[in-house]
Design a protein around this ligand. Structure first.
Ligand code: FE2
Length: 507
């Protein structure tokens, strides 16, 4: 049960005194806050599982599209009560507490719960005043060094609101997954979005989807952003010049700070991921016992600017080999190499944004590549493939998104030599909902890419990954219509990587 009304009131005293000014009920200072409607309009979520806990998330927003970006909340702190139970009826509450929801963070709540058991199911909920949130379900990670036998997770990316919402999430929420890995384009920026209120209300719009809320309420998410959470094809401190609000560098950094803050406010991220101005440390690792280590990358914030904007491909720019260029930034790259070197996990899952393997869009002799992807940063790709080849970390597997099309790629040590050895395998998930207007160009280029084992640029969906000691399996799940939320799911193709043998095998 939730704390008694008496003990709850003790936590909220004083806050309501100015409530009447902001349309809340006039009430004595000791009263609990009252809302025009249930403030949990954006649902609940959990994320970044550890063996002993997760982060729980919600945001109070009785009016999620309020013009000031504050969700219809007053400009003062509110105490939110939370509970974690081992059963969906909350008969066995094992953890509970209160967390401050502050206007500086749009009354979002990030509760880092510890002291839970590994590999265990939990249910959680929030309460503020007399209002209760829907219940969420989550699952902790396996104990350090233990072998869970199997983990299953969903790979998601690119969920354009305009593309339809969200048959893919509806079908995902029906499964039994340990976690969901989201590799970016969680939101798409609106035209000339610039202010914090712009970005907050855009997130609130996406979060209004019952199917997205259902997935968040069912599984813990591990998220990283790509470009559209900020602006199309941004690179480090450089804006793509299609947004008049961000042509000036200082103005772009302020836009980036606003976008980062809204991203943090709307997702189940831990304290180290809270942004400081235009900076946010999003790369991090998560361990799933002895079976898997997830290395989650940020390939946007520290990258060199794109060499060309040719789309979907163009002639390879000679500077893709310039050693001063970087996709991850030196610090993150060294962190990744250290993490791979020290990992004792059977599988090293590298969850990141853009396609790593080369893809040639020109079926003739000419090489035509996309410079926003790793093809525009060949020097970075070669540093990673050489590291894998020389240091031999256990079973690296690459997860990617961004391109609104499904691919299975064998990543070569050196893509300039088609006979080069396969060092790792890449699973590129299709989009949840974003369209692929360049599908024909992908199909036309396929004969020039013998290392590409599978493409499907025509369908939206998600990818189910099942990991055991013997193999890493990816099932490419598609939905007939991204907009029809009753669409049934179908498996379009399945591939495995076998332990110790890089390269995809169709099953
Ligand atoms: Fe996208």
């Amino acid at each position: 049960m939730f704390p008694s009304r008496r003990s709850f009131l003790a936590l909220t005293g004083g806050a309501a005194a100015t409530a009447a000014i902001y349309g809340f009920s006039a009430a004595p200072a000791w009263a609990e806050p009252r809302f025009p409607r249930n403030p949990f309009t954006l649902g609940v979520a959990s994320g970044d599982p550890a063996p002993d806990g997760v982060v729980l998330w919600t945001r109070l927003a009785p009016e999620p599209q309020a013009a000031d970006g504050l969700g219809g909340m007053p400009p003062y702190q509110v105490q939110v009560v939370w509970q974690v139970a081992t059963d969906p009826d909350f008969r066995a509450v094992v953890k509970a507490g209160t967390e401050t929801a502050a206007p500086e963070l749009a009354h979002s709540v990030h509760v880092e719960v510890a002291g839970l058991n590994p590999s265990s199911d939990y249910w959680f909920r929030f309460r503020v005043g007399s209002e209760e949130s829907p219940a969420g379900h989550t699952r902790t990670a396996p104990a350090p060094g233990s072998d869970p036998g199997k983990i299953t997770f969903g790979l998601a990316s690119c969920q354009s609101w305009a593309g339809g919402r969200y048959a893919a999430y509806r079908t995902m929420a029906q499964e039994d997954l340990d976690l969901v890995v989201h590799v970016g384009d969680y939101t798409y920026e609106g035209r000339n979005h610039e202010t914090l209120a712009d970005f907050r209300n855009n997130h609130a719009k996406y979060k209004s989807s019952p199917d997205l809320q259902a997935a968040h309420a069912r599984f813990p998410f591990v998220v990283t952003f790509d470009d559209h959470e900020v602006e199309n094809n941004w690179a480090g401190g450089v804006s793509q010049p299609d947004n008049e609000a961000s042509n000036e560098p200082q103005r772009f950094l302020q836009l980036r700070a606003n976008a980062f803050q809204a991203y943090y406010e709307h997702l189940p991220l831990r304290r180290p991921q809270r942004p400081t101005g235009p900076d946010m440390v999003l790369y991090r690792a998560l361990d799933y016992g002895s079976l898997a280590k997830f290395h989650v990358l940020d390939t946007r914030q520290y990258r060199s600017d794109q060499l060309t904007e040719n789309f979907p491909g163009g002639p390879q720019h000679p500077d893709v080999y310039d050693p001063s260029r970087t996709l991850m930034g030196d610090a993150q790259e060294q962190w990744l190499f250290n993490g791979l070197s020290s990992s004792t996990a059977r599988w090293n899952v590298i969850a990141q944004q853009t396609m790593m393997a080369q893809y040639d869009y020109d079926p003739t002799e000419t090489l035509s590549v996309n410079h926003d992807q790793w093809d525009g940063y060949v020097v970075s790709r070669n540093r990673l493939t050489n590291f894998i080849n020389q240091q031999n970390p256990a079973n690296p597997v690459i997860l990617s998104g961004d391109w609104h099309a499904a691919f299975v790629n064998d990543v070569l040590l050196d893509h300039s030599d088609p006979a080069s050895k396969v060092v790792t395998t890449e699973f590129v998930g299709t989009s949840i909902s974003s369209g692929c207007g360049w599908a024909q160009a992908i199909k036309d280029g396929l004969p020039a890419n013998p290392h590409t084992r599978y493409i499907n640029p025509d369908k939206r969906g998600w990818t189910r990954c099942t990991v055991t000691a013997d193999e890493f399996r990816s099932d490419y799940i598609i939905v007939p219509s991204a907009a029809d939320t009753t669409s049934p799911a179908a498996v379009d193709a399945s591939f495995v990587v076998r332990n110790g043998r890089p390269g995809a095998v169709r099953v």
